[in-house]
Design a protein around this ligand. Structure first.
Ligand code: ZN
Ligand code: ZN
Length: 342
């Protein structure tokens, strides 16, 4: 098969690789119908995740068709169309029992395209397939479906839920990339009074307006805007940037929540001297994807409109071109790029 293979910092290429095979009785082998690229793939490519070994196939989001299952897989069968969750879950350990699949103690968690070969390939081995895949309704497009693998549950669980977004809230979303914009979309579920998206890129601010932000502003404007009122009830950090985190600490109201979604490649300064005075609650976290079935229902029924998050479409074999467009997203306007089997 062909796959995007990581060869060390700043090196990855679309190569020939061995077809995956069933290794554990809980595995499934899928034909990848569509996959996408995540900001964390760019962190890997910059060499910021030393646990990713050279030779690993990248990618952790996919939709595909089941080709083969191990003898202990019972919920999916060859021929089924499924969404592959970015987080693998054994379904048996105490953390999985609490829905904290990202912390699975039996070899699950974020392993695809990280500790084992991933989804940016023609075929993929999915471990713990019973608990790590979701049936894809026929009516759901590949583009909408692949958003349920990670970006929507990440924004919803780590941003909206951890931040306790509620009716009437003012929500500031710092960073209007794919995850930040998914937070704009999923925050609306709770009828906040106002959602303000912040970014440095004019293209992303424009996208935020189209996706439901009530205002989209440069960082300095946000501070001035919120200084006139009490501040934001919830500040969601979706940039993965130390300055983005500090901005959240400045705009959050006393007693408010800062929900950090961003994956930080560098340390951020925690101004406890100021945050303590403001009674601020800070949450962090990796996604568990425990909300995916619920979000899948909202997207399939048309209650959540998410299609505009996919801005570019490529064939799987155009993976390297797609990485170029995605990594320059602030200029190209790329949000999620869809790579699919023709
Ligand atoms: Zn990701
Ligand atoms: Zn587990």
């Amino acid at each position: 098969m062909r796959a995007l293979v990581y060869h060390g910092a700043n090196q990855a290429s679309w190569d020939t690789a061995p077809d995956p095979v069933i290794e554990e009785p809980t595995d499934a082998i899928l034909r990848v119908d569509a996959t996408t690229i995540c900001g964390s793939d760019l962190h890997i490519l910059r060499g910021e995740l030393p646990e990713v070994r050279a030779g690993t196939i990248l990618g952790h989001e996919a939709v595909g068709e089941v080709l083969e299952v191990g003898r202990e897989v019972h919920s999916i069968h060859p021929g089924d169309g499924v969404i592959v969750s970015s987080v693998s879950a054994c379904g048996k350990c105490p953390f999985c029992g609490d829905g904290m699949y990202g912390q699975c103690r039996n070899g699950g968690g974020w392993i695809l395209g990280n500790l084992i070969n991933g989804t940016q390939a023609e075929l993929v081995r999915v471990p713990f397939a019973d608990h790590s895949t979701h049936r894809r309704p026929d009516a759901l497009s590949r583009g909408d479906a692949v958003l349920l693998a990670e970006v929507l549950p990440t924004a919803y669980e780590v941003g909206v839920c951890n931040g306790h977004v509620g009716p009437g809230d003012t929500v500031a979303v710092v960073g209007a990339g794919p995850v930040g914009l998914a937070a704009v979309i999923t925050a609306r579920i709770y009828s906040p009074r106002r959602i303000i998206a912040v970014d440095l890129s004019p293209a992303r601010l424009e996208a935020a307006r189209h996706l439901g932000a009530d205002a989209a502003e440069l960082p300095g404007r946000l501070i001035a805007d919120l200084a006139e009122g009490a501040g934001a009830d919830v500040a969601i950090e979706a940039a993965g940037d130390p300055d983005g985190f500090v901005l959240c600490t400045r705009v959050v109201r006393p007693g408010g929540h800062i929900a950090n979604i961003g994956m930080h490649g560098k340390p951020a300064t925690l101004h406890l001297e100021a945050l303590w005075r403001k009674n601020v609650t800070i949450s962090t976290g990796q996604v568990n994807t425990s909300s995916t079935p619920w979000l899948l229902d909202l997207v399939t029924s048309g209650r959540l409109q998410v299609s505009r998050l996919v801005t570019h479409t490529f064939g799987l074999h155009q993976m390297e071109d797609a990485y170029d467009v995605f990594s320059q997203g602030t200029d190209t306007g790329a949000l999620k790029v869809l790579l699919h089997r023709k």
